[in-house]
Design a protein around this ligand. Structure first.
Ligand code: ADP
Ligand code: ASP
Ligand code: MG
Length: 274
């Protein structure tokens, strides 16, 4: 069993998701569990919509929500094949919920960390659903799992810490049984408290989710697929032409992530070591 995590750029469009589908298909014999980030800029846009609502700019907030809705419908439905109508209903229901929430926030002018997480979680809830539908329509046996039923966290909203013992028990109970027959798809970044309130693991947290799933299930590998060819000797957005690091120790990877190499969430290494 392996874990394959795909970042925001890797699922940013129907073409990108089709590519992910082919990649995962080529690993089917290794029983992959697939963890996905929100599509491209979605988390940023959702949080911007939340901030606009908090500032009382309701129409701007609803406009942003509408942009994100159209984007998901356009790219999501294109790959769902015969199940497109079903996925269409799911996606629209999620956005109706978000419309209501954004209206409520703009009326009271208050945005709690808990509401922020409820809103930010939508990106991964949608991307995982869309990817699961794409896999199924490509003929792959697929099981969608809501990550909030798996990753149990404390209640430090927007930067929640996973409660590993409980999370591992949930993985055992709600993910392991599917792994023999199906490719499990779940969103990264999101979890929930013991009381079932939605939380997030902090920005870039999907890598961390993948590592937690890998550790809990004793996966052979945790693969992080992204838009660069690996860890580079420098951030390519600041220093172009850096070199790819062919192999790196856990300690070095953790240190690079800690000092800002955004390619890996800093907390990812510890569960991987496990
Ligand atoms: P994902 O959505 O796949 O998690 P991120 O944008 O979070 O992708 O991380 C990948 C980005 O990290 C790369 O596009 C690159 O710009 C940036 N990055 C920063 N430092 C490094 C580094 N040392 N090596 C590789 N990429 C880096
Ligand atoms: N979508 C989340 C973020 O933008 C998590 C992730 O991409 O890893 O922070
Ligand atoms: Mg990332």
């Amino acid at each position: 069993m392996i874990v394959m995590k795909f970042g925001g750029t890797s699922v940013e469009s129907q073409e990108a998701i089709a590519r992910v589908t082919r990649i995962v298909q080529s690993y089917e014999h290794r029983r992959p569990i697939v963890v996905v980030s929100a599509m491209a800029d979605t988390t940023n846009k959702l949080l911007r919509a939340a901030a606009e609502a908090e500032a009382g700019r309701r129409d701007q907030a609803l406009g942003l929500v509408d942009e994100v809705r159209t984007y998901h419908l356009t790219h999501g439905l294109a790959l769902a094949g015969a199940a497109a109508a079903e996925l269409d209903r799911y996606i629209r229901a999620h956005f109706e919920w978000l419309d209501d929430l954004v209206r409520g926030i703009s009326v009271v002018g208050e945005l709690s960390p808990r509401s922020m997480d409820a809103i930010a979680s939508l990106g991964e809830r949608l991307s995982s659903l869309i990817v699961a539908f794409a896999f199924r329509s490509a003929g792959m046996p697929t099981q969608y799992v809501d990550a909030r039923r798996i990753i149990v966290t404390d209640d430090r909203f927007t930067r929640a810490q996973p409660l590993l013992e409980q999370t591992y028990a949930r993985l055992e109970e709600n993910v392991r049984p599917f792994t023999e027959e199906s490719i499990v798809v779940m969103g990264g970044f999101i979890g929930s408290t013991q009381n079932g309130q939605t939380t997030t693991l902090g920005r870039g947290g999907s890598d961390y989710s993948a590592a937690i799933a890998g550790a809990g299930l004793g996966a052979e590998e945790i693969q992080i697929w992204t838009d660069v060819d690996g860890m580079l000797t420098a951030d390519p957005r600041i220093v172009p032409g850096g070199h790819r690091v062919k192999s790196i120790s856990f300690a070095e990877a953790a240190e690079m992530a800690y000092f800002g190499a955004k390619v890996l969430h800093p907390a990812t290494v510890l569960p991987a070591v496990e």
